[in-house]
Write a protein that binds this ligand. Structure first.
Ligand code: SOE
Length: 378
């Protein structure tokens, strides 16, 4: 019998469902020493928390996160709340000796992120940040191909994350569903919410970023605030584009917006190397496009690899070759890797310290956009 790992989740929005689904399904597919037990969900509204607990099978409900941290029957805390609460809860959880799985981005800014890293490292508790796209098998395969040197020297990295859900001027800011538009809760707009994913993947696959030059725009300057009932200035970036130079000498462009009409969640990246190129698209997430210049001339061209073979990352745990998986499985994989790390002692990334590197790039991007200069990361 696997050993229980008792989870206490704080928050229950869209990401709460994604994480809960990961906890619930992992042991059906991965044979691990530990299995998650959904012990408690915590939220201020008891009825909503109870409804969530009933749907997802949490054994109990708390309305005060501090009470959750005091419980001896909780091993790991899932911090699944707006960004402005990540630091306070994570630091308290570390002090209480709990393991922590924190929703992305790590923090509101680098200074806050550093206090979180210090807290988990002082307490010596396992910690991880939910940058889930690393664990889409095609993305993991891209990392494998780059690590194996198949692309040779890397020249270019290009990433985009495009959405269109905030174009209407009457979309309010703030409150449960719309805190992402409220700078006080989110810290930033697309930079921390969407580009952070692109940056995490890029740092993981292509190494560190040295310098950035960015521009941001807030297209709708004022919105009704759900918490105050008043029309208030919008403090987040609606769109952000930046240039970057990686430590390995490659050049990059990153772009994100919530104003790309027609795009709901189009995360794409392309990497161009000396021998080959790789491209990936979240809307076709089980495929990896691959071009190898060393192929015989008459056959040379872009291949579309259907990443469903047992030899592909994670895929031996699922169905049979040819049958694909989706978005939610990236969270199952993240839970699986976290549980495996408890047995191996080898941390599952991104740890808080890894995610601080992404935070440093985000802060450099926002600082560059503010003063129009190239900024050195960190
Ligand atoms: C925003 O719409 C959002 O839900 C992000 O917060 C997630 O991190 C991203 O994966 C999908 O889009």
């Amino acid at each position: 019998m696997p050993k229980p790992l008792n989870i206490g989740m704080i928050g229950y929005g869209f990401m709460g469902r994604a994480h809960s689904n990961g906890y619930r399904r992992v042991s059906n597919f991965f044979d691990l020493e530990y299995t998650p037990v959904l012990k408690a969900v915590c939220a201020r509204n008891k009825e909503s928390a109870q409804a969530f607990a009933n749907t997802w099978g949490y054994e109990s409900v708390e309305t005060d996160w501090r009470a959750l941290l005091e419980r001896d029957d909780i091993d790991a805390i899932d911090v699944c709340v707006p960004n402005n609460l990540h630091a306070e809860i994570s630091i308290a959880a570390a002090e209480a000796g709990k393991m922590i799985l924190c929703e992305k981005p790590l923090a509101m800014n680098v200074a806050e992120g550093e206090t979180m890293v210090a807290a988990v490292e002082k307490a010596g508790v396992p910690n991880m940040v939910w940058y889930n796209y690393r664990r889409v098998p095609a993305v993991t395969l891209a990392k494998q191909l780059v690590d194996e040197g198949r692309l040779g020297r890397i020249f270019h990295y290009r990433a985009q994350f495009l959405q269109d859900w905030t174009i209407a001027e009457d979309v309010p800011q703030g409150g449960a569903a719309l805190w992402r538009l409220d700078a006080a809760a989110a810290g930033s707009g697309v930079t921390g919410d969407l580009l952070a994913h692109c940056i995490d993947t890029a740092l993981w696959i292509n190494g560190s970023i040295n310098t950035v030059s960015a521009m941001t725009e807030t297209f709708v300057k004022e919105r009704m605030h759900n918490l105050t009932g008043k029309v208030e200035k919008v403090g987040i970036d609606d769109a952000c584009a930046f240039l970057a130079r990686f430590e390995n000498g490659s050049l990059a462009t990153f772009e994100s917006t919530r104003y790309a009409r027609g795009h709901k969640a189009l995360y794409t990246f392309e990497i161009n190397g000396e021998h080959g190129s790789i491209a990936w698209d979240l809307h076709d997430l089980h495929r990896l496009s691959w071009f190898d210049h060393r192929d015989e001339g008459i056959l040379r061209g872009w291949r579309s690899i259907h990443v469903t073979d047992g030899e592909h990352p994670y895929m031996d745990k699922w169905w049979v070759p040819g049958l694909q998986i989706g978005y939610e499985h990236s969270f199952v994989h993240q839970v699986a890797d976290f549980l495996a790390s408890l047995s191996s002692g080898e941390p599952a990334g991104p740890t808080f310290r890894d995610a601080l590197e992404t935070q440093k790039v985000c802060d450099a991007v926002l600082s560059s956009a503010a003063d129009g200069q190239w900024v050195t990361v960190g």
